[in-house]
Design a binder for this molecule. Structure first.
Ligand code: NAD
Length: 487
């Protein structure tokens, strides 16, 4: 693989913590579509976490006292590097995570945008003047929190890390990032190399690949007061529990099982295409995937026919290949989990209209109709290319079905009556609503997050949410002199 930014001679067998350090343990970086070993990365441990946090604490004080423009300039350069090296980085991402090349390419643009938005955040107002009943100046100002721990998953490794790393740095914090070991290059090495080239001062960003144990060490460290975690609900719960003793702030972005509601007046071919995108994009390995298709009974047969046609026509293969709809699942464990869920759902009474089979890690797009509501492909997050379809008779039933989930990440509603859609949305607890769109939507300018088992209410994205997530509000009063207390 030709390389400019990601020349492996620099980082092979190392992790990034005040420079590239040789690691005691190493992990293979593999191409998921072929199983080919691409490289090795250094794996960190609890001692490395400790050392990284100590260095980060020192570096953060200097960084926070710099002028905002110095921080903004680093973020702007980082954004431009993501753009400049997009081809090379996207190829790594496609190989390492299995994401289609076009999707990996788009991630570079979004990562750049995250950095540009964060650069603007560095210069934005960061407090407010307050009224006071006393003769004093009273104001609230936002201060950096110190060291932010960022823990990210494999499925969109760059985006789910940079959406926290960039604003946290821009606001004067240091960051310890723990990527998923299966995507340690696109979710870790790439970010380290970009910020190294962008001139981020040493000690402010540490990238420590490793498993849950390394994440646990970051969470447990007393000098990491804020954790930004994206991943599964069980791991989010474990992190919330582990943080409770130290009363840490934990921003949890967790799983989902989002509903796509198709009303009877919808344009069915468009709705089915949206539904296919919502369920099959990146082999369904997206937290906002359309996990439950709720379709009005008057159009459900046409919808199923079109969805099945699209599923059968979709090419599943090497994400670098031409015309590929999507690539492999991340590993055999995930493939077996998905297949188990599909098999159990068919045994529970669902009709299999397409898919339900695989070749290696390549799982065919799967359409299930007449699925019982308790069947796992409908009731659980699948994280695979599976579209379970259920019909409803009226809007009350649609609202009840859509709301009947412990998750609450995203909701899509397709109809010609947008006001009716908004009223329906009012009845469903969810972090985002997309009227006349499927459920997968995300932008650096929008506050993203979930309710219920999809998250702790934290939001990433948008200036205000990022300010709240990565700074601490402090109330300050000032008097000319101390008042004469009657003691
Ligand atoms: P996971 O929870 O197993 O792992 C995510 C990250 O957390 C990895 O880096 C892992 O090493 C680390 N980790 C795991 N257990 C930990 C622990 N106890 N302490 C500290 N770190 C720990 O998630 P996954 O299954 O690999 O990823 C898929 C899940 O992530 C899905 O449920 C998906 O919906 C969710 N997700 C959510 C969002 C969102 O923004 N809401 C985005 C993408 C993915």
């Amino acid at each position: 693989m030709s390389s400019v930014l990601l020349d492996a001679t620099r980082w092979s067998g190392r992790y990034f913590s005040a420079g590239w350090r040789p690691a005691v343990a190493q992990a293979a970086v593999t191409e998921k579509a072929t199983g080919t070993r691409l490289e090795t990365v250094g794996v960190a441990d609890a001692v490395a976490v400790d050392r990284a946090v100590e260095a980060a604490v020192v570096a953060q004080r200097r960084w926070a006292s710099l002028g905002y423009d110095a921080r903004a300039a680093v973020l702007r350069r980082a954004g431009s590097l993501f753009e400049h090296h997009a081809d090379e980085a996207a190829e790594w991402t496609a190989r390492e995570s299995g994401a289609p090349l076009a999707m990996a390419h788009r991630a570079q643009g979004v990562a750049a945008q995250e950095c540009y938005e964060a650069a603007g955040l560095a210069s934005a107002p960061y407090g407010e003047l307050l009224r006071s009943g006393a003769p004093r100046l009273s104001f609230a100002r936002r201060r950096p929190v110190g060291v932010v721990g960022v823990i990210a998953p494999f499925n969109a490794p760059l985006l789910l890390a940079i959406r926290a790393v960039a604003p946290a740095l821009a606001l004067g914090n240091a960051v310890v990032l723990k990527p998923d070991p299966r995507t340690a290059v696109s979710g870790g090495v790439l970010i380290a190399r970009v910020f190294e080239e962008a001139g981020l001062p040493e000690g402010l960003l540490h990238v420590l690949p490793g498993g849950a144990d390394v994440g646990q060490a970051v969470v447990a460290h007393p000098r990491v007061p804020v954790i930004s975690f994206t991943g599964s609900t069980p791991a989010g719960r474990a992190i919330a529990r582990a943080s409770a003793d130290q009363l840490k702030r934990v921003h949890l972005e967790l799983g989902g099982n989002s509903a796509l509601v198709v009303m009877g007046d919808a344009d069915v071919p468009r709705a089915a295409a949206a539904g296919a995108f919502g369920s099959f994009r990146h082999a369904g390995q997206i937290c906002m995937a359309s996990g439950r298709h709720l379709v009005h009974e008057s159009v459900v047969d046409d919808y199923l026919a079109e969805l099945t046609r699209i599923a059968a026509a979709t090419t599943v293969g090497d994400p670098l290949g031409p015309g590929v709809g999507y690539g492999p699942l991340i590993d055999a464990g995930q493939r077996d989990r998905v297949h188990g869920i599909v098999t159990q759902s068919v045994e529970a009474g669902a009709s299999l209209l397409a898919g339900g089979e695989f070749d290696g890690l390549f799982y065919r797009p799967t359409v299930l109709s007449r699925i019982p509501l308790q069947a796992p492909a409908y009731a659980q997050e699948v994280f695979g290319p599976v579209a379970p379809v259920v019909s409803f008779g009226d809007v009350d039933e649609a609202a009840a079905l859509a709301a009947d989930s412990s998750y609450g990440l995203s909701l899509g509603i397709i109809t010609r009556d947008v006001m009716a859609a908004l009223e329906l949305a009012d009845r469903v607890p969810t972090g985002s609503v997309h009227i006349n769109d499927q459920t997968i939507n995300d932008e650096p300018t929008a506050p993203f997050g979930g309710v219920g088992e999809s998250g702790s209410g934290a939001r990433h994205g948008g200036a205000q949410s990022n300010l709240e997530a990565f700074s601490e509000l402090q109330w300050v009063t000032m008097r000319r002199e101390a008042p004469p207390y009657p003691v």
